[in-house]
Write a protein that binds this ligand. Structure first.
Ligand code: PLP
Length: 364
């Protein structure tokens, strides 16, 4: 069900799209966690089950990005991320489904168990993995070098930038905003006062902001920054918002010329910790609380830090009977069976360290 195409039929004619997942994703009350936070109505939107091979927020973006890859008959994909990137994994899994070769250029990151699982699954999905031994996100010069090397061999891969957060990928979350509106109209939840969502490369939060506005919803987005501030910030948010609207309007000029109003989105910077994918104590306490109260698995790099922000507000200011939606962006599909046979030693040597070195202290 694509609510965006239903509402703006011209978009369907102009935008390539391939169905990868199962939508709408479920939304349900979290009564147990709610009693812990007090004075609120708490719901969860579970994008963890967005796809049957692998879930999470990247699937919505990839429906448009891979649609474009297929339309353009690109012979291969080049994408970027950190070593444990959920985006690089999602791209590998779904590119493999269409037999499209995929290369992932991955930067160093703090070690964690999920990094090991993701690397094995990417490998099992035939992704060509390349490691860059730098934690600094010097994407532009690094990426330029890698792309140049492809070009010099006469190869022109389809490039998917980190997180899939080009305007085209962001459209996946515009649709998600309209999907939420339909679920509200169905009576599955009241219109939220606030929606908590992690903010990395920002496509998720930006797309949602556009989708909510298009749907006429007034919910405020609380975007919890989980990447370095030079990657995710108010200015970049605005730019991606404008570029995505421009793309939508270039495909269908009846799409509203929206502007971001003050109060539509609040970016929270206080739960990032020290660096990307380095877990924090409040984040891991949030992961544990969610698991204990609702049996839902979060993780330390994105969703735990996001729930920590909500827990902190609940404890310090109280939630004043607000309706709050927590948007789970983390994969909930268990793929452990599919990597049982993978030996890490089959991966390129540069990745062995993630299996041979200890995981970060808060992941033990
Ligand atoms: C990539 C990712 C995010 C961040 O989404 P952006 O669109 O990059 O802001 C959030 N949660 C999880 C689990 C992710 O993998």
């Amino acid at each position: 069900m694509n609510f965006l195409f239903e509402r703006f039929p011209n978009l369907e004619k102009r935008l390539a799209h391939v169905s990868l997942g199962k939508f709408p994703t479920p939304v349900f009350p979290m009564n147990q966690l709610e009693t812990q936070l007090g004075e609120c109505k708490l719901f969860l939107k579970n994008d963890g089950v967005s796809g049957s091979l692998y879930g999470g927020n990247k699937i919505r973006k990839l429906e448009y990005l891979l649609g474009d890859v297929i339309k353009k008959k690109a012979k291969e994909i080049l994408t970027f991320g950190a070593a444990g990137s959920n985006h690089a994994l999602a791209t590998a899994v779904y590119a493999d489904k269409f037999n499209i070769p995929c290369t992932a250029m991955l930067l160093a990151q703090p070690n964690a168990d999920y990094v090991r699982q993701n690397l094995k699954k990417s490998y099992a999905s035939h992704s060509r993995l390349r490691h860059y031994n730098s934690e600094r996100a010097m994407y532009i010069p690094l990426a330029a070098r890698v792309i140049h090397r492809f070009f010099s061999k006469g190869k022109f891969p389809y490039i998917i930038w980190p997180g899939g957060s080009a305007p085209l990928g962001t459209i996946g979350y515009v649709n998600a905003g309209l999907e939420l509106k339909a679920q509200i109209d169905e009576g599955l939840l009241p219109e939220p006062d606030k929606i908590y969502v992690p903010m990395g490369t920002m496509g998720t939060a930006v797309g949602l902001a556009i989708g909510l506005k298009t749907a006429g919803l007034k919910s405020q987005i609380v975007a919890v920054r989980v990447v370095e501030a030079h990657m995710g910030n108010e200015q970049k948010f605005k730019r991606l918002f404008q570029k995505t609207i421009a793309l939508l309007r270039s495909c269908d000029n009846s799409f509203p010329d929206l502007v971001l109003d003050q109060g539509d989105v609040v970016i929270t910077h206080d739960f990032f910790g020290e660096k990307y994918a380095l877990f924090t104590k409040p984040g891991m306490a949030a992961v544990e609380l969610m698991n204990k109260e609702q049996g839902i698995k979060l993780e330390g790099a994105y969703t735990g830090k996001t729930l920590a922000a909500l827990i902190d507000i609940a404890a310090s200011k109280g939630l004043r009977n607000e309706t709050i939606l927590f948007w789970n962006t983390y994969n909930a599909i268990d793929f452990s069976d599919s990597i049982n046979g993978v030996d890490y030693k089959d991966l390129p040597v540069a990745f062995h360290r993630y299996f041979e070195e200890e995981v970060q202290p808060l992941d033990r």
